[in-house]
Structure formats: C-alpha cells, structure tokens
Write a new protein. Structure first.
Lengths: 470, 98
C-alpha cells in the first residue's frame, strides 16, 4: 500500500455545497434532466432528504437512483457530510449489491424510490428534488471519499476511491469574457467521464444537461439543442452515433470533446467537417488515473513532449503502457484482496498501450484487448483506425477469432455509412478496398482475415465499443 | 496451379465420396496470392512447410474453409493431429466432412 502524494499538504476542505454557494449567478444556473430540472440555488441551499441529512453525517452511503439528476443532488447534499459515498453506475447488477455493501461498508442506501425487498435491512433515505431549506447548516467536517466503479471486463465490479480535490483538479475557471458554459454530455454522470462534466458544470459556473437512461440519441440531441448546450462531450463511439443523426446539425456548440476511448483521425476529421469553426479536443482520462491531458491540435495521439515533462500531471511510458502520476489519480481500490492501484513510484499504470512514431505517441489499445496471432500481438484499435479511414465506413470492431493454427486471427465487423450498399458487387468492392488498405498499411498478421458488414455494433452502457475477449 | 491439383488425384478419389481437394487447392492458391507467396506444386507428398506458405497462411486457409464448408477438422477431430503433407491435409478434411 502506498501513500497518495496529495496527502502531503491537505487542502482546506470545502464541500461541494460550499463551492456552489460561493459561485456567482446561482439562481440562473440549472441541472436539466429529461423529466425534471433543478435550479442550482435550490440545490445549494435546500435539501431533498426530508430532514434526514444531519443523520447521515459520518455514514457510508450507497447512491443508487434511477434518474441521474438525483445522483447529482445526493452528491451535493452528502459531500462533506458523509464519510464515504459510493456512486452506483446505471448498469450495476442487483446481484453485485451484497458484495458492494460488504466491501464498501455501506450503512445507508440513498435512493429515489423504495428499495427492493432484499435491501430492506439496510437503513434507507429517500432523495427527491430540494423541497425545503436546510433546517440546520451541515457541518463540513468529513473529507468525503468518492467511490466510483470501473468497467471491469469480467467478474466483480472494482471500486475506486477518489476525493473531491482530485476529481476537480483539472477544472479551470471559465474565461471571464465568455458567457457561462452550458455543458452537455452523452455520458451518464455516474461514470467517471460524466462525473467530470457534472463537476465542471457545478464548480465551473455553468449549467448542465443530463442524460436519461436509455434515452434515444435523437431526443437527447433535441434537449441539448433546446437548452443551447455549448460544451458537449462523449466517447468517440457516442460521437459516431451522433454524427449519424441529422439532429446533430441543430446544435450550436462552442467546444466539443472526446474522451474515454481512442479518438482516431477519422472521427476527429468528421467532427471537424460537421463543425468547422468549433474547437475539438480529445482528452485522456480514466477512472483510475483521473484526468490526464487534453489534445487540441485535432490530430490523433498526443505530442511526445507530454511525456517526461513534469508539471501537475507527470507521464511516462514503460513496457509500452502509459503511466500517470498526479493529484487527480484515485488513491486505491476498495476490498481486502484488491490489487495496488498506485505503484511504488507513485505512478498509475493505465494499461493503455502507446507507440511512438516520430514526435507523437499513438494509442494502440488496451493491454488486455490484445489479439495474439501466433505470438504476435495485434491491438484491435490499430486495425480499426485503418478500416475507419475508408470513406464508406462509419465504424468498425476488430476482434480475435479462435484459430487452430495461430491461436487467433483478426476479423472485422464493419458498419457502413447509411447510403452504402451492404450486399452485391458494390459491397464486395468496398470490402476489397478495405482489405487492400489493411494489407498496404499493416503487417500481414494484423490484416483482417474477413470483413463482415453488420447493421450496428454493440456498445457498453458506458458508450464504448463492446469488446469481448476470445 | 489448379492444373497441378488435378494432376495428382488421390487414391480415395475413386471411392464413392467426392474429395474436397479442388476446393482446398483453390483456397491454397487464393491465400498464396493474397499474401504474396509463391506456391509450390500441390502434390500429395508436398510437405506443407515447403509449400511456400507460412502459419498465418494456414490459419487463414483453415478459417476461410470453415466459413465455406461449415466445419473445421482441427477442432472437431478427436485426436491431436496435424497434417504434414498436402495429401494429409486433404485427407484430414475429407475424413471430417459431414
């Protein structure tokens, strides 16, 4: 177990409620959900816990809600009050709850509806919209631990411990000469990428449009357009889905951001073509490593000068993977047999593999997503980047197919743009062009053995391409 | 290339069941061309390692034959067996054919 470096000089603790109250124009700022909206001044000065907030001081709360707006409200209420808040992602299975409750030491459930019978033994607090002014001011005595879940590939969910200081470490004050930002995100705020945007909206003087679970892209884009969203974020897969939707053209953003997956040149170029005058950044962040850095030159990968440069976020590359040391990383995993999250030298191994070409590093995939073709490693993302460069291709998924000769071979599932034929001679020609491009630009073992046209690709609840490892 | 395949008919071809040899020979030629390999003449006793193809080529041959024929004898065979010659390879497929 290593000691997080940021504990060297503990900052003066201000709760999220304190931060909100100190920020300007609170009565003009909103959280806009799909079904309800909440004025931030009401969130900062009121309570939706029906008088129970004082009781929750020093407790460990599991926040499990249907509508993410209540997760935002619960975080505002409980930060600085509870000892620990554990934020359930929307897809966390009921089957995992006993493990989560045991491992995180949960002693109260905060939910937006009555709990299921299996959870009734747990103390329960109902959260609603702020309905009353706080009877007594909460005393901000606890440096509340914020616990998030990582998208593990299999097995039990992994819980990662953050602090508010670490989570907000990358947030810079809004430019004084610009109107306050209206944040929109395709992420659910209960995941790291979405939580970052919630906190930017709350701490950074703006408002925020929140997603609803299973909300169709057309509806969400309509709401973003109606609320005048200016700063919009999502994964490259979210953006590819949005780019297929005519409603995207109704937006008038000032800033677009991609994170959570590798942003390839094709998606960056397509966004640039759709919004020629809007800055597009792609950011590196992960639940464990926190917010790393942002790339604003509209090129995939990142400048090699970022590595070894020092500063608030230190980066190094070891055994091909990116390592990050900063005050924004998580401190540890929860659980008795949890692996170390921070290595002895203070760096977090992100498991994201990078490769240097010239004066730039390129992401080539996850360490555990590697396809092993007869002992030679193939990163699916590297092949996908070539396939996605074909003008007829919307998106692709490269995976390993079991093979008796080499253990695995590379195959590709490809979604074509709507207008493209998926059968017949024209489709065969596209398939041949894709294969030819792969053979020209990739080593033979990396070229897909087959290219299959599919109508769509499965995405995880987190908005990333669903990768199943053979 | 297919001429070479036709010139060397295996004995069991005289039996009641059709051999997959033409399909397999065509697949060898197709993959060799796609992978820029020079394929040796496909005789029964051609040792596969001397065919001009590497293991990736064989992996691709087995995978695409599985797509076209609907089976992969390497996976359904009970014994751990690996064909050594082109003749073995064809027999392996013929024996496993449903």
């Amino acid at each position: 177990m290593t000691t997080p470096r940021r504990n060297a000089t503990p900052p003066v603790r201000r709760s999220l409620r304190d931060i909100l109250r100190a920020s300007p124009r609170l009565a003009d700022r909103w959280l806009w959900g799909a079904r309800r909206r909440v004025r931030l001044s009401d969130a900062a000065y009121g309570t939706g816990l029906g008088g129970r907030l004082a009781e929750l001081a020093g407790r460990t709360a599991l926040i499990r809600v249907g509508d993410p707006i209540f997760a935002a409200l619960a975080l505002i209420e409980l930060d600085g009050v509870a000892r620990r808040v554990v934020l359930c992602p929307p897809d966390l299975s009921d089957d995992d709850l006993p493990y989560v409750i045991e491992t995180a030491g949960i002693d109260v459930l905060v939910a937006d509806k009555e709990p299921a019978p299996s959870l009734r033994r747990l103390d329960f607090a109902l959260i609603g919209a702020p309905a009353a002014a706080l009877a007594a001011e909460p005393t901000s005595t606890h440096d509340t631990e914020w616990v998030m879940f990582t998208s593990g590939t299999s097995g039990r969910p992994k819980m990662v411990v953050h602090s508010l200081a670490g989570l907000t470490g990358a947030i810079r004050p809004a430019a004084a000469d610009e109107p306050p930002p209206i944040w929109g995100t395709f992420y659910d705020i209960r995941r790291y990428g979405g939580l970052q945007i919630l906190l930017r909206g709350l701490v950074g003087e703006g408002s925020l449009v929140l997603t609803a679970p299973h909300e169709p892209m057309t509806r969400l884009l309509g709401r973003l357009s109606r609320r005048g969203a200016t700063h919009i974020t999502g994964t490259p897969s979210h953006w590819r889905a949005a780019l297929m939707n005519p409603a995207l053209r109704t937006l008038a953003p000032r800033y677009l951001r991609l994170s959570g997956e590798i942003a390839d040149q094709a998606v960056l170029d397509t966004l640039k073509a759709a919004f020629p005058h809007v800055p597009v950044g792609h950011a590196y962040a992960s639940t464990e490593a926190g917010v790393g850095f942002e790339v604003t030159d509209r090129l995939e990968g990142f400048p090699a000068s970022f590595v070894g440069a020092g500063g608030a976020v230190e980066m190094k590359v070891e055994d091909g993977s990116l390592r990050i040391r900063s005050g924004r990383t998580a401190s540890h995993y929860l659980g008795p047999d949890a692996p170390a999250l921070i290595e002895a030298d203070g760096f977090v191994d992100t498991g994201d593999m990078v490769e240097r070409r010239g004066d730039r590093f390129y992401f080539v995939g996850r360490r555990n997503g590697v396809i092993n073709v007869g002992g030679l490693k193939v990163h699916p993302e590297e092949v996908e980047a070539v396939i996605n460069g074909h003008p007829a291709v919307r998106m692709s998924l490269v995976r390993g197919r079991r093979n008796p000769i080499t253990g695995a071979i590379v195959v590709a599932d490809v979604v074509l743009n709507e207008a493209e034929p998926v059968a017949g001679p024209a489709a065969a020609a596209i398939r041949e062009q894709i294969m030819t491009a792969c053979r020209a630009r990739l080593a033979p073992f990396k070229s897909p053995a087959s290219v299959r046209f599919v109508p769509s690709l499965a995405m995880t609840a987190g908005g990333k391409l669903e990768r199943t490892f053979a | 290339m297919s001429e070479a395949a036709l010139r060397t008919r295996p004995e069991q071809d005289s039996g009641p069941r059709a051999t997959l040899r033409p399909a397999i020979a065509a697949k060898f030629a197709e993959i060799a061309a796609a992978q820029d390999r020079t394929l040796a003449e496909l005789t029964d006793d051609l040792v596969l390692l001397d065919s001009g193809l590497d293991s990736l080529c064989f992996a691709l041959i087995v995978a695409t034959l599985e797509d076209e024929l609907g089976f992969d004898p390497f996976t359904i065979a009970e014994d751990v067996y690996f064909p050594v010659t082109f003749g073995d390879f064809v027999r392996f497929y013929d024996d496993a054919a449903p």
